[in-house]
Design a protein around this ligand. Structure first.
Ligand code: PLP
Length: 287
């Protein structure tokens, strides 16, 4: 396996960075997770836009321009001879001293990893996930924007730990007012009386690229979709619940906080959107 590390391809075993890198010391950096389906890199332009916006927000200079980075990503997939893959792009602040001031970091680092990945086993897509709401709240957007896809994912990790402790497959995160925001690394949708709802991102959710693809697919297929706030109660009494994300794709939720959702099976609209999503990912993409 070949990893792109600051200007060259190196073997996985040799892909190492300094312990003084502020990505390691402070989580100072940004990242993206991107999928490759049948050799097509899905929504590459959108992922690059989000990466550069995250970097801009934290005053981090990505060491390549978008066109160069696009080529590096495609080359990483090609060099590893992957038809279907998950790509991780990481830009860290680079090596500095033990103080947290980024101005002492000499050179930002770029790492691109591509490997085969399946997040959840196939049965889970048919059975649906068990999800639990957790005590940890989504950090307030006015304090730290969820739109910055930074290397500092402690908020999400704490939420995942709670989900593990509760014995559920995934967590449902609320904001400080108790409105549902998202999962630990995925966006959430509910369906009620044939209308699809997803929380507006200002409540405290990452504007997921899969989320946006599903919004487009819902509109194209004649479904009514509203971005509006909802609570746990709305989730418990929904006809369908599903999550979306680059790693999770589109996955039904069968149970939330011990409440079975409808008949406990993936719903009609969820299944329809998943089918449309699977079509889209093979048709659409950058070679
Ligand atoms: N929410 C969070 C916190 C995430 O980390 C992710 C994963 O990137 C998502 C949602 C889903 O976003 P996307 O569909 O762009 O992968």
């Amino acid at each position: 396996q070949w990893i792109f590390l600051s200007g060259e391809f190196v073997k996985k075993e040799e892909a190492v960075i300094s312990v003084y890198d502020h990505g390691f010391l402070y989580g100072d950096g940004v990242f993206e997770g991107i999928r490759v389906y049948s050799g097509n890199v899905f929504k590459l332009t959108e992922h690059l836009k989000r990466l550069y916006e995250s970097a801009q927000s934290i005053m981090l200079q990505v060491p390549y321009n978008k066109e160069e980075l696009e080529q590096i990503i495609i080359e990483t997939v090609r060099k590893n001879q992957l038809e279907n893959a998950y790509i991780r792009v990481v830009v860290s602040r680079g090596a500095g001293n033990l103080g947290l001031d980024p101005t002492h970091c000499s050179q930002p680092r770029l790492v691109v990893i591509a490997e085969a990945l399946a997040l959840f086993p196939k049965e889970l897509y048919e059975r649906g996930l068990k999800v639990g709401s957790v005590a940890s709240r989504r950090n307030r957007p006015d304090v730290l924007s969820p739109q910055i896809k930074s290397l500092n994912y402690l908020n999400n990790i704490l939420v995942k730990l709670e989900a593990n402790q509760a014995g559920v497959d995934e967590a449902l995160m609320l904001n400080d007012q108790g409105y549902v925001t998202e999962g630990s690394a995925d966006n959430v949708f509910i369906v009620k009386n044939n209308t699809i709802y997803t929380p507006p991102v200002y409540l405290g959710a990452l504007e997921g690229i899969t989320r946006n693809a599903i919004i487009d697919l819902a509109n194209q297929n004649g479904y009514e979709l509203k971005e509006s706030p909802f609570t746990r109660h709305d989730v418990y009494v929904a006809d369908e619940v599903f999550l979306t994300g680059t790693a999770a794709e589109v996955i039904a939720v069968s149970e939330v906080d011990g409440r079975k959702i409808a008949d406990g099976k993936p719903g009609r609209i969820t299944k329809h959107l998943l089918e449309k999503f699977r079509q889209l990912v093979t048709e659409d993409g950058t070679h």
